[in-house]
Design a binder for this molecule. Structure first.
Ligand SMILES: *Cc1c(COP(=O)(O)O)cnc(C)c1O
Length: 232
């Protein structure tokens, strides 16, 4: 299928899932995940209306950033402290903050540039040893610690659910994430606004939206299987 057909199919699914959870299509951001996707195909997606792109690697954002105009970038993959400086002035949202150390570095770099960096806290909702993110029980603590840093604004939560052939298996995790998101929002901490709940990928975005996601991160579903032999 073409990128156009893929997007049309995803758009229909998003609209339906949003309705099921009492929301509208425009309440959900479809973030196009463009790791290993070349600029020509990103341009094609942009022409089809997708203008927000998510990348895993800071170096890929740095490389592509000057090559395409009028789009927004999101850092969605794990971010090492020493790479913060490469993306801090390029991304509108960092989805993957999972330590105070990383938060400190982001705040320091943002402050030096006179900007405020918007971040999500990544939660390891399935407590999967192979995944990044904070333990669900430690989420409130890290959110409040981050909220005290001068040049960071905590805008919500993110998770990468386990890969499973049956997305229904992740419903319980998405539900837990939504509960955390609502509970933390209800506390009304200074400098914390639970605006975004980033969860759901190609395999499970429908279930994620049904359970309250308002950002879904989709790569394969839009661009097809990634070819890792092309880009290192
Ligand atoms: C690659 C990636 C995605 C998109 O995964 P697909 O299965 O290709 O849709 C979403 N989020 C993160 C953090 C990723 O690394």
């Amino acid at each position: 299928m073409s990128i156009k057909e893929n997007i049309e199919k995803i758009e229909k699914n998003i609209t339906l899932a949003a309705q099921k959870s009492g929301r509208k299509r425009e309440d959900i951001l479809l973030l196009a995940v463009t790791k290993t996707v070349e600029i020509e195909r990103m341009e094609e997606a942009k022409q089809l209306g997708l203008t927000q792109f998510g990348e895993n690697k800071p170096q890929e954002i740095s490389r592509k950033y000057p090559l395409i105009d009028g789009v927004k970038w999101h850092q969605i993959g794990h971010l090492q402290t020493n790479k913060v400086k490469n993306v801090i002035d390029k991304v509108c949202l960092i989805h993957s903050v999972d330590s105070l150390k990383l938060g400190n570095e982001i705040s320091k770099r943002a402050q030096a540039l006179g900007i405020v960096s918007n971040v999500l806290v990544e939660v390891n909702i399935a407590r999967d040893e192979a995944k990044h993110g904070v333990d669900p029980n430690e989420t409130v603590t890290i959110v409040t610690q981050l909220s005290k840093l001068p040049s960071i604004c905590v805008k919500g939560l993110m998770t990468v659910a386990p890969y499973t052939p049956d997305p229904e298996e992740n419903r319980k995790y998405f539900r837990e994430m939504y509960k955390l998101y609502i509970d933390i929002g209800a506390k009304k901490y200074d400098n914390v606004s639970m605006e975004y709940l980033s969860m759901g990928m190609t395999n499970d975005y429908i279930v994620a939206i049904e359970e309250g996601a308002n950002i879904v991160r989709i790569g394969t579903g839009i661009f097809g299987q990634r070819d890792y032999t092309k880009i290192g």
